[in-house]
Write a protein that binds this ligand. Structure first.
Ligand code: PGA
Length: 249
């Protein structure tokens, strides 16, 4: 069976209660594109209000702690996300790996905690600019997968997001050929590590400066099953064309 396209918005540290109208407009428009799965990951503070405003919408976290509870000031546990109705969470975003020193082992533990709490997971990987320039991007990303993929998981509930760090928020994007090559290498790695069936089922999203103008081309690249979108997911005007591009494929 063909993999359904998956378009996910990562609002990062953006959005007050006043932004709920944008979420409502996004999910309303998504209903016109029933062949595509759409999710939003707002800041923790907006998860519950967003679910209340748009019942049934797929709303998730941008991170979770690996422990279920405990003395971890400022952190949020996966069962807490599930408790308020979140259905997914991102783990291993480069802004967490780089800014908060998260290792592959940390990301793996978070992914396992999230799956254990019943959340779907989007596990992010991606190389910094100097690694891309040195020609070692594929090896770098496959090593991240080797270190951060959970040992045992339901392939339908875990997606990978390939997000080259130099493309995030910069307006720069890799060539479609480079995206297809990386996604193909990731899928081969998933087959080796998790089995052929899992690799066929798992969705691999591209992220990094996706917008309404480049979405059709990027989503049409080989082995690309969706997009993880930052800046262009904050408003319906910018995000809905990306959903539409996914639906048109
Ligand atoms: P961007 O962010 O779309 O603003 O480049 C993508 C991401 O970090 O997930």
């Amino acid at each position: 069976m063909a993999r359904r396209k998956y378009i996910v918005g990562n609002w990062k540290m953006n959005g007050l209660l006043a932004a709920l109208g944008e979420a409502a407009a996004i999910f309303a428009a998504a209903k016109d594109h029933a062949g595509v799965d759409v999710a939003l990951c707002p800041p923790f503070t907006l998860i519950r209000p967003m679910i209340a405003a748009v019942p049934g919408a797929a709303v998730g976290g941008q991170d979770c702690h690996a422990a279920a509870s405990g003395a971890f000031t400022g952190s949020v546990a996966a069962p807490m996300l599930a408790d308020i109705g979140a259905t997914l969470t991102i783990v291993g975003h480069s802004e967490r790996r780089e800014g908060f020193g998260e290792s592959d082992a940390d990301v793996q533990a978070k992914a396992e905690a999230a799956l254990g709490a019943g959340l779907d997971v989007i596990l992010c990987v991606g190389e910094p600019r100097e690694v891309r320039e040195s020609g070692e991007a594929v090896d770098y990303v496959l090593a991240q997968i080797a270190g951060s993929l959970p040992a045992d998981f339901d392939a339908a509930r875990l997606a990978i997001a390939y997000e080259p760090i130099w493309a995030i928020g910069t307006g720069l994007v890799p060539t479609v050929g480079d995206v297809a090559a990386m996604h193909g290498a990731i899928r081969a790695k998933l087959a080796e590590q998790a089995g052929e069936g899992a690799a066929r089922t798992m969705r691999i999203l591209y992220g990094g400066s996706v917008n309404g103008d480049n979405a059709a081309e990027l989503l049409g690249a080989g082995d690309v099953d969706g997009a993880l979108v930052g800046g262009a997911s904050l408003t319906a005007v910018k995000f809905v064309p990306i959903i539409a591009a996914g639906a048109a494929l």
